[in-house]
Design a protein around this ligand. Structure first.
Ligand code: NAD
Length: 370
């Protein structure tokens, strides 16, 4: 049984994956020795002393990489190369879109768990980092759009005239999309939403938004409720429908994703060119290839007066809230792993394990990366 857990910072990410409260629980419940990187909580104004009080030992990154049996971080830190061989890494590694980083772990004969691959089942709910972060990101996307937009969100009736409410189109009504709809409605926006899953319609309508759908289409989702890739004919009709609705929208928040695949392309250049100058697109699927033909990951681009922000990691802009949720998710995962009788046979752990001592174990990566 591994005994020493190391927690290291992810460069350029202010979120923290374990807070002092969960450190305290892990040291007392799992009897782990916990090493935290100096300044781990500095982005959240949490002093090292607070972590020490909770039972952690403060060290520099190099010492942690050389001594810990398990190393956790939010994302790739690219210092894995300095770790000793055979360490277990746990993080949110988005392996499909960061393939080159995976070679680092192989070279160190590491064991790697990527929490974004956990199945979205009830059993895994407390560890579901994707839902925690998507929910916050959906909220932040709307606040970001409100800040960038030069008009107002609600209807304003004043003696000097009436300002009409903003019109927002949300593409993809999953965890992020529903939170975006709820936030936009709270701010007084008129909201339309689109999803390939018909079942999302009820949730959209319950939030006071209008659900738009391709006529004559029947649900096509996996047994787990996830979207699947659509036929070419459907994709064509879908782009036409989005094009029509985009014309009257001031803001588009796009969140559409298909697990394990490139994000569906929903907003063509001609649709962006048909939008009014001053309109805004927040493409939250940018890291997975983008829902908008013109978006660039981690960049703000302008096209014909339309601002397009490609940002898949908006939860990192509300790091206090994000860290609170992540810390609970990581704690739940570590506890689950420690209590598992045989981790090699556990369905949840196997689903998110990429490699064992440098050898691929995940079926998708065995097939595609070897
Ligand atoms: P996601 O991030 O993979 O995708 C976001 C949304 O994009 C989904 O609603 C999907 O249907 C939609 N989408 C995909 N292709 C599209 C297209 N071409 N056009 C428009 N929309 C498209 O998904 P998510 O938000 O993480 O979750 C999706 C589903 O999984 C939801 O039903 C959610 O309730 C469910 N879920 C269940 C659990 C659980 O049971 N523990 C946890 C999380 C999510």
């Amino acid at each position: 049984q591994p005994k020493t857990l190391g927690v290291i910072k992810t460069p350029d990410d202010p979120r923290v994956c374990l807070l002092p409260k969960e450190i305290m629980r892990l040291t007392s419940e799992l009897k782990l020795d916990i090493l935290i990187e100096q300044g781990l909580g500095s982005s959240l104004q949490i002093e090292d002393a607070e972590y020490v009080l909770a039972g952690a030992i403060c060290q520099c990154r190099e010492t942690i990489l050389k001594n810990a049996d398990i190393i956790i971080s939010i994302n790739h830190t690219f210092s894995e190369v300095d770790s000793r061989e055979g360490v277990c890494f746990i993080g949110i590694f988005n392996p499909l879109f960061h393939k080159s980083a995976l070679a680092l772990y192989q070279a160190r004969a590491a064991t790697v768990y990527s929490l974004d691959l956990l199945p979205r089942t009830s059993l895994a709910q407390s560890m579901d980092v994707l839902s925690s972060m998507a929910s916050l990101a959906g909220y932040k996307a709307v606040l970001k759009a409100a800040e960038m937009f030069k008009g107002v969100f609600p209807m304003f009736t004043t003696a000097a005239g009436t300002l009409t409410p903003v019109k927002i189109l949300v593409l993809g009504a999953g965890v992020a999309g529903l939170q975006a709809i709820a936030t936009a409605r709270r701010l007084g926006a008129v909201v339309e939403a689109f999803d390939v899953r018909k079942s999302a319609g009820e949730e959209v309508r319950s939030l006071g938004a209008t659900f738009i759908e391709v006529d004559g289409y029947t649900e096509s989702a996996t047994a787990g409720g996830y979207a699947v890739e659509q036929s070419e004919e459907y994709q064509h009709q879908q782009k036409e429908l989005i094009h029509t609705h985009i014309l009257s929208s001031n803001i588009v928040i796009s969140t559409a994703n298909i697990p394990g695949k490139k994000a569906p392309l929903l907003i063509e250049t001609r649709s962006v060119e048909a939008m009014r100058p001053g309109s805004i697109i927040i493409d939250m699927a940018a890291e997975q290839g983008g829902n908008c033909e013109l978006s660039k990951n981690k960049e703000l681009v302008h096209h014909n007066g339309v601002a397009i922000l490609g940002h898949s990691n908006l939860s990192s802009e509300i790091p206090t809230a994000a860290s609170l949720l992540l810390s609970n998710n990581y704690y739940a995962f570590l506890k689950y792993m420690a209590n598992s009788e045989d981790p090699t046979k556990d369905p949840l752990l196997s689903a998110c394990k990429l490699m064992q001592r440098g050898n691929w174990t995940h079926p998708h990566f065995i097939k595609n990366l070897q």
